[in-house]
Each structure stands twice: as structure tokens, then as C-alpha cells.
Design a protein around this ligand. Sequence first.
Ligand code: 26V
Length: 823
Amino acid sequence: GCYNDPERAGLDAKSVFDGMTEHLFFTLGKLAPTASRHDLYMALSYAVRDRLMMRYLATTEAMRAHPQKSVAYLSAEFLIGPQLNNNLLNLGIQQEAEAALRNFGIESLQQILDVEEEPGLGNGGLGRLAACYMESLASLKIPATGYGIRYEFGIFDQLIRDGWQVEITDKWLKGGWPWELPQPDEACFVGFGGRTESYIDDKGSYRSRWIPAEHAIGIPHDVPVLGYRVNICDRLRLWRADATESFDFYAFNIGDYYGAVEEKVGSETLSKVLYPNDGTDEGRRLRLKQQHFFVSCSLQDMLRSLDNRGLPVEDFPKYWTVQLNDTHPAIAVAELMRLLIDDRHMDWDKAWDITSRSVAYTNHTLLPEALEKWDLNLFSSLLPRHLELIYEINRRFLQQLRLRYPGNDAIQRKLSIIDEDGSKAVRMAHLATIGAHHVNGVAALHSDLVKTDLLPEFAELWPEKFTNVTNGVTPRRWVALANPELSTLLNEHIGEDWISNMENLRKLEERQNDQGFLEHWGNTKLSVKRKLASYIHRNTGVLVDPSTLFDVQVKRIHEYKRQHLNVLQVITQYLRIKNGQADGMAPRTVIFGGKAAPGYYMAKLIIRFINGIAETVNADPDMDGRLRVVFLPDYNVKLGEQVYPASDLSEQISTAGKEASGTGNMKFAMNGALTIGTLDGANVEIRELVGAENFFLFGKTVEEINDLKRSGYNPGAFINAMPELQEALRLIEMGHFSNGDSELFRPLLDNLTGHDPFFVMADFADYLRAQEAVSLAWTDRMHWNRMSLLNTARTGFFSSDRSIGEYCENIWNVGPLNVDITC
Ligand code: 26V
């Protein structure tokens, strides 16, 4: 069929204007003269959505007519960010949209983009990675569905009051969200609780079946994901939980009105809110329910797609490759087994063959507190049938282990899915590792540590299972959209090809000694910094000088990321200025941003700490022109788009071995910021690619940290060797940054001088040394600009197109789909 409709959905400015006019009138019930900016945002978004439809439907139709393998990316989080500008860019109609808006009296597209509310359906790196990967999948023409949860409330909005974080409910849907298409006719049922029973089937074999105590309905809400200048439009399928009707009616009949309402409230609550804990597993019942809910809906949906196309269920691995984004969807291993065995009456071996050939698992953290473990009682009360299946998976696995390691009971205890030490628990990483055909880490160093530290026995058992795929970020959002100034410069000098082939940025290297070009490079950065300076003034009241070095750390607040190390260094610079010992120090604007998990006391105190230092520093006339400290409230994707392009220095200062990859580090480097960082996560690869001479390295290595641990780390020894650090700690203790309150930051000081679990004191001296090298480098601006240019030129590797290419080739075995939209 022909989906091309230039009359109704043309890509020229006139068509876009007509589409907006139509939606204002018929969809929004507004007349142009009275339309608000939000109305115009909605009208333009609907008009753009119309223009995605042809490609979206043509992709679906191509998959129906010519089935081929498709990626199912299962993730509890998709931090997709604002949609309008991304879709305009990928369609190639930014200018047409701007022209259309002018007819409504709007001078710049930016004014409309500013009113867009972003769906905060993720915590941080893991959720944002999933969004970059969906965009790259579509751009590489790989058929894919991202399966997740349509949280009614995403990650909380952050306010800063008296220096403290305050959390506000994120009501992202309140103004209406034009990018989703609810598909109630494709709803799925999911069970919870109850019991299992055995029965004899019509062939006379013993089987088990699950009689759940309650049900929820999942309603898919589809978000089209268009690739860059291609005809493929993939989709994000987010499940919203609804109450079941049948049970309601039954309850009404027996007169249990309140019981019926309770079940309704209970199941609706399922997709109500995103858990804002990034890195701490609290083992909450509702969270396990959320996980099973979206995983079950998604697998049922995949099976149904085979049925609908008349494809046999045995061919599941031929048509679907299922990627687990961390262990949050790891219940998929048991749920796919249940669907195949209980619903499709398949025997165990066949079902296991299908499951283990379809599923792969990505690990995103080594932090023990983030590794998901479910209390056995909780698990069995919610998913009794799944627990039976997990026991059988485990029994067969342990049998295999016994044959391989005769008489070795210790290894069985260690690798078992069931943790029997203390109160019993289900280890989701073990379930995922046993069920998956590939297990990957997210940066070279991290993938090595997965093999040597996290799952060494599994890696010895199945060496070919373990692999690395270094993370990447999409150059469309993080360069082309976020940094139009740099994009224009790149387009003029090396052509537009870099947007879909980031390795082409290498062509920039030819300009590294071109004075004029380097000046142009520096001026481009400066003009972007002016915009951020204005944002900072509007949102924090602090006036910052765009000609100072913008030194930036934006990411979730966590002790292992060591924002407090950065702050201590700032205090030292402050003291040097006060003491007249700051000759050669670059004038800096030190910028922080990030949310703390609401229950993470130390992280919240770190935010208070940053704001305390900011208040003292910014109020001191001695600091004028030399030092400013800013905490940007409510850091999110939209703010990130303003921050990365405007940064000179990227702070990537986690304790070695703790940051699995980092992806912000890549966004900074691509946009020409230099990195000051430890040998952690993808920093290692960034440094290798940009060259050691274009990277400010400091800090202990993973091995050195381990040695310190083994020999009994004593932070006091490091503090004693550094008078400047002692002075900084003394000032904090005296209440110099807390209006004389000497108690406020005591828990932080006690932590650093006591156990210092993240080796802040051990790395302080070297960090200070590296910061001095930064200051020195800043004095030779042409040299700085050259280093900046080389960072952009050599970080094409970190395009998520490269990462997705590796997944396709090494893990998924999928290829592109060609969609023809010509008539
Ligand atoms: C953990 C948990 C634990 C249970 C409660 C909910 C929850 C939510 C998020 C997480 C964090 C998972 C790990 C994670 O986000 N890792 C980050 O993944 C990024 C993408 O691979 C990577 O760049 C970061 O280094 C890594 O910290």
C-alpha cells in the first residue's frame, strides 16, 4: 500500500502550518489569535506526529509482510527527554517548523521548545542509555520495540530550599502529552499472588498451573521513535496498569464494594510512580510487581505478534532477541518459561532452549547495594509459579555444576540463584546470567571487572558468554540538537556526514594547527557559554562570567561519584585566593547539578554542602572575577542539553572501579570539554582515544585502591600529609560554610576522616595537582582550544550507533529492515 500523503502530511513549511492550524481548531479547540505558547507547542507536536505516522505504519507493515528478527529492549526506565525538536531534526524539518511558527507570531522555534515538559521516566544513566539506544536502533534501520512502564509520575522535580533538596511530584502528563498512542485493544492480563496446583493434562502428564489471587491489565501506550533521515520508525511500548473489570463485577455481585474498589486502587497504583533510588535496592514489593507487570505484558505481546503473523512459537528466537537492561526485567527468564510451558504446553527442554537462545543481559553496576535480591517469602507470595520454575532452573544448573566441579559444595552455594546465607533471597543477576546467551558490561574496564570480581565463577564456566559493549550516546540529541552552534561549524568545515557517521569527526584533526579555526572554535564555545550564563542568572540569581573556565559536574549525587571531593578542592582554591596564594589559578565557574535519592541521607547532605560553599564563596568580594560556585536545581535531560555544550571542563572523578561506564563523560568530550578524571569506566577509553596529553588524569587505579583496602586504609595518614586539606576541613568544622553552625556537616566530616569508604582523602592531593595542570593549560587558550578540538575529533567512537552496531553483530544477530514509502 501507499502511505505517502503529501496533501495531509507534507514536509514543507506551508503543510506544517496547515497541519498546525487544523490541530489548533479540531484537536485543541482553539483559534489562532488566542492560542498560548503551550497550545502552539501542542499543535506543532500533533502536526509533527502526523508526519511520523507514514513511516511508523510502513515499518509495522513491512514487519508484518516480511517478518525478520526484531529487538525487544526491556527496560524499567526510558529517559527519553523532550521529543519535538528531536523529531523535527530526524524528519529534517526544523526550518520548516520555524517558518510555520512565524505565521503565528513566534520568532524562534526555541520559544516553543522551551514549554515542552519532559517525561522523566528514568533515574539517570541507565534510563538515558536506553533512550539513546532506541534512537540509534531506528537510525540504523533495525526493527525494535523498547518495552517499559508508563509511570504516571516520573523522577521527582527537585527544588532547593535553604540549600536542601526538596522533592516535588513530577506531574508530566498534566498539560497533555501528544507523543503517545494508547492501544487499548492490545491490552494484556497479568497475575499476582495466589497459589499453584498440580493437575493431570489430557495426555496424562503431570503439570503445574498458577491460580493468581489478583490481576492487572496492561494498556500499551506507544511512542514512535523515528531514526535520523530514514524511513524506519521504531516504537517505545510503555505499559500503563489498569484495574481488571471482571473482578470488579464479581465483587459488586457479592456486595463487596470496598473490596472491589481496593483491588482497583491496588492495580492502578502499579504504574503510578518511578522508584527514585538510583543504586540502592530496597527490595520493595511494589517494585517487584512493577517489574513482573511490564515484563509479562511485553513477552505476551511478543508471542502474540508471532501468532498474528502465523509464525510458530518455536521460532521465537528467530524473530525476537530480548535484551535485559540490568536485572530489573530479569524475571523475563522465568516468565518466558511459564508462558511456553504453562500456556503453550511446551516441554521443559524446548522451552529452555527457546528462552536461553533469546535472552541476553547487560550489567550496569558492581555496587553490592544495587544488586537486586528478592526476599524469598516476598517473592513466593507474589510469584509462586515463577519460584517453582526458578527452583527447577536452579536444580538443573546446580546439577551441571556438580558434574563440572565434583565435590565442590562451596561453588554451588556461591552460584546458586537462591542465596541461603542469612534470610533466603532470589539473586536476580544469577537468574539473568544463567538464562542469557550473552552477558555484557558497559565499558572495557567494567566488563573485565564483571568477569574478575562480580561473576568470576560464571565467567570461568562460560567464558564465551561474557563480553563488552562500551556505552555510547546519540550524536543527534547530544551534538546536533544540543549544540547547534558547534553543528553549524562542523557542517561548514567537514560536511554534515558526521551526524550519522561520527568517525568522520576525525577530519577535524587537519585543523588542529589552524590559528583562525582554533579561534573560531573558542568563540563558538564562548557563545554557548553566554546562553548558559543567562540561564544560571535567571534560575539561581548568580551572575557568572562566560569568559571564566566552566568547570562542571552534573550527574546523580552519590558518594562514589565524589561530588564532595570536588567541593573540597573548591574550598582549597578559595583559601588560596584568601591567602593571596592563587597566582596562576584560572578564574572558574564551578557548576554542579544532580538529584539525590530521597532516602539517601549522605547524598542530600552533599547537596547542602555544595550550596553552603556556594553561598559563602559567591558573597565574598575577594572571589569576584576569580571563583563562582553554582548548584543548578532540577538537573534533567533538557538542562543537560544546555550544560554539556557550554562546558570547558568535565568532572569524572569517581573512585576507580565504581562507575560502570558513565555516559555524561562522552557528551562532554564530544562537545569539546576536556576531562579531569580517574581511570574508571569509559574514562579509560576516552583517554586512550583523545590521547593522554589531552586529558587530565589523576587518582588511584583499581589495583591501588584494592591494595589500600587490603593494607587497612587510614584516611588520617593522608590528611596529616596535607596542611591545605586540614585547613579546609577545619573551616568546615568551624561552620564557615554554614553560618557558624558547626554541627551541620559533621556527618560528612566524620565519614571522610573516619572510614572514607570512597577514598576521597587518598585521591585528594593528586586531584589538586591535576586541577593545577588544568589552570596552567587554561592560560594558553590556543593550546586549550586545540585540545578541545581533538576531544571532539576523536570521540566519534562514543556514538551509540557504534554501540548498537556491536550489539547487532555480536549479541543480537539482527540486521536492517528496508522500508519503502514511495508510491
Ligand atoms: C539501581 C536500582 C536498584 C533497585 C532500585 C531501583 C534501581 C534503579 C536504578 C539502579 C541503578 C542501576 C545501575 C545504573 O544505573 N548504572 C549506570 O548505568 C549507566 C549506563 O550503563 C552507566 O553509564 C553508569 O556508569 C552506571 O552507574
